[in-house]
Design a protein around this ligand. Structure first.
Ligand code: FMN
Length: 592
């Protein structure tokens, strides 16, 4: 094959860069300067980064995963007809489109993510080539704001930022609201641990989000927009900033867009680095220059929001669906999903899963299908135990409920929430009390402190969880946790406090036996809580390799090198750090 006819496409989202995409590009430039190199956002297969495609321009695509600067030469050789196909890295080729690795993408339905990983996010012409800015041109030429709202109503899309409020209803409130100026805010704060859906959209397909903002703004008459993007997402801020500039030059952003009397402009505001700033009233305070603290609602932002004017806040993913909905029609969108929940939903799969990354599936898909068919199941040799949906505001769904379908009501019935799409997968090595302590510590740290139930209530819950994990728990502590759960949910001012006890409530519901084992038997069944476990060496399995002795940070292990079964742990000196367990290749360390 002629190398100068070949295009090299390298994934350069944040995960690609972290995995070494810059070095991979450098290696292609060095070994095959005649090849054309393009970069795209993250296609979502984060477990296979750096992902690289070699494309001959005639639709023949070879896609490789886990590419490093060292493996680049073998890929080049194959495409120059000088070497064998690097099969271990192959994800997809014209001759092999059914590789297990490819199932990750093949099992998805991509609407919000349709361009991410396919186009260069810094190129407005590539966006245009994939129907970009067609929707805004269509509505400016042919549709009234009422018709746009009607189309979105037909699509039945509900906000993807967590609460699932019907998008068209919110827009109608703002449309009917009086105001000389109206604002639209794109919420790209994404503070949930384990979530990165919005980052991927902002950095991988920023024009799609801008076009979504234009559609929303047109529907209720906003003339000014803010994109509130997490400051910890520098690539998203950079790509979105360039996209705003290029959209201006193209004439789809700014004054009198496409010669109409519709004007709309967007400013980026970098997030203040607090989870609560994702809450809409706190977010508004943050843009206004105040400390990001929520306020009581009503008045709702749609009536009195940013600078006292009618304001709509929409999540990044909600906005990213809108150009598709306008181009293909609300009915086409609603043809995906279930009665209760239409369309698709993007999830960020992380934790004890083989194939972590971004997944977009139709609503109604079973949780199990996402974890097993797409995610490939457990990444360890241990079975899966549960999945945390909705981050710290969400809850834990146990393995026996993995057949639950992904739709708002069904997920709520488990005690979890759809949330914004974080899916943290846990295997048998996770202690559910310790996990609850982690989420509670997160929300307690992130509480803005304005209301007592959230500020003090979450602190008390965290103290109780620590007490149980430390082996000092009493059965009354469970009752106290339940009582606090009710009170904090009922009495907190904003969604942060109202949802903070959810991880505890769901783990108590499904894994109460683990709480009881910690309290009654002073035992941590998963072998995680340091105060409740002991490490011992099974002498019949010990090979005498001495690795545990070398790695033990407190010199608690002694024995004779190369003498099988000679090693022992001094329990008085052991700090249960688990280092011996980590390094033992013969599985001779017992944790109880
Ligand atoms: C503590 C807290 C944090 C939140 N963080 C986010 C966030 O990071 N992104 C987001 O879109 N919505 C977040 N929300 C929900 C927003 O307040 C709001 O409901 C959402 O942005 C509305 O957009 P949608 O209707 O398109 O879903 C958060 C809510 C709470 C209570």
């Amino acid at each position: 094959m002629e190398a100068n006819n070949l295009n090299v496409i390298v994934g350069e989202g944040t995960c690609g860069i972290a995995a070494g995409s810059k070095e991979v590009i450098e290696a292609f430039r060095k070994h095959a300067p005649e090849m054309n190199i393009r970069t795209v956002g993250c296609v979502g297969m984060c477990h296979q980064e750096v992902i690289t495609e070699i494309n001959d321009g005639n639709g023949n695509r070879h896609i490789y995963g886990n590419v490093t600067k060292k493996t680049v030469p073998s890929i080049i050789k194959f495409h120059k007809g000088e070497g064998d196909l690097p099969e271990d890295q192959l994800i997809f080729s014209p001759d092999n489109q059914d590789l297990d690795k490819w199932r990750y993408l093949a099992h998805q339905t991509r609407i919000a993510l349709r361009n991410v990983g396919y186009l260069d996010p810094t190129s407005i012409s590539e966006y245009q080539a994939r129907d970009g800015y067609k929707a805004i041109k269509k509505i400016l030429a042919d549709m009234t704001p009422e018709q746009v709202i009607e189309e979105v109503k037909i699509s039945c899309i509900r906000g993807r930022g967590g609460a699932g409020f019907p998008t068209h209803v919110k827009w109608n409130f703002a449309k009917q609201s009086e105001g000389d100026i109206k604002y639209l805010i794109c919420n790209g704060d994404e503070g949930d641990p384990g979530a990165f859906m919005d980052r991927s959209l902002l950095e991988g397909d920023p024009h799609n989000v801008i076009e979504g903002m234009l559609i929303a703004a047109y529907s209720f008459g906003a003339s000014k927009g803010y994109a509130y993007i997490r400051a910890e997402y520098p690539l998203a801020v950079k790509n979105f900033g360039k996209a705003i500039k290029d959209a201006h030059e193209l004439g789809v952003l700014g004054d009198n867009i496409q010669g109409t009397n519709f004007s709309f402009d967007i400013k980026i505001k970098e997030g203040a680095g607090a989870f609560v700033c994702g809450e809409e009233t706190a977010l508004i305070a943050s843009i206004e220059g105040d400390r990001g603290m929520p306020r009581f609602k009503p008045p709702f932002p749609a009536i009195k929001g940013l600078f006292g004017k009618p304001t709509i806040i929409n999540n990044v993913e909600t906005l990213a669906n809108l150009p598709w909905i306008i181009n293909k029609g609300g009915k086409a969108y609603a043809s995906h999903g279930t009665e209760d929940s239409k369309g698709t939903k993007v999830f960020a799969l992380a934790g004890a899963i083989k194939k972590g990354g971004l997944v977009e599936v139709p609503m109604g898909t079973k949780i199990r299908d996402v974890l097993e068919d797409i995610g490939g199941g457990s990444s360890s040799d241990k079975p899966l135990k549960a999945v945390q949906l909705g981050g710290p505001s969400g809850g834990c769904v146990p393995e026996n409920l993995f057949d639950t379908t992904i739709e708002y009501a069904a997920i709520n019935a488990t005690g979890a929430i759809m949330g914004s799409g974080g899916m943290i997968v846990m295997d048998e090595s996770t202690c559910m009390v310790d996990l609850s302590k982690y989420f509670l510590s997160f929300t307690q740290n992130e509480s803005c402190g304005k209301c007592t139930f959230c500020r003090i209530g979450t602190l008390r819950m965290r103290e109780l969880l620590s007490k149980i994990c430390d082996g000092h728990g009493e059965m009354e502590d469970i009752e106290a946790l339940e009582e606090l759960t009710e009170q904090i949910k009922k009495s907190s001012l904003c969604g942060l406090g109202q949802t903070a006890p959810n991880p505890v409530a769901t783990t108590l519901k499904y894994f109460r036996n683990e709480y009881e084992a910690h309290i009654k038997d002073k035992r941590c069944p998963a072998g995680v809580c340091k105060s409740l476990i002991t490490h011992t060496i099974i002498s019949t399995d010990c090979t005498g390799c001495s690795l545990c002795e070398i790695q033990c940070p407190v010199n608690a292990i002694t024995g004779q090198k190369k003498v099988k079964g000679s090693y022992v742990i001094d329990q008085a000196a052991c700090i249960n750090c688990g280092m011996c367990f980590e390094v033992c290749n013969s599985k001779a360390i017992k944790v109880e």
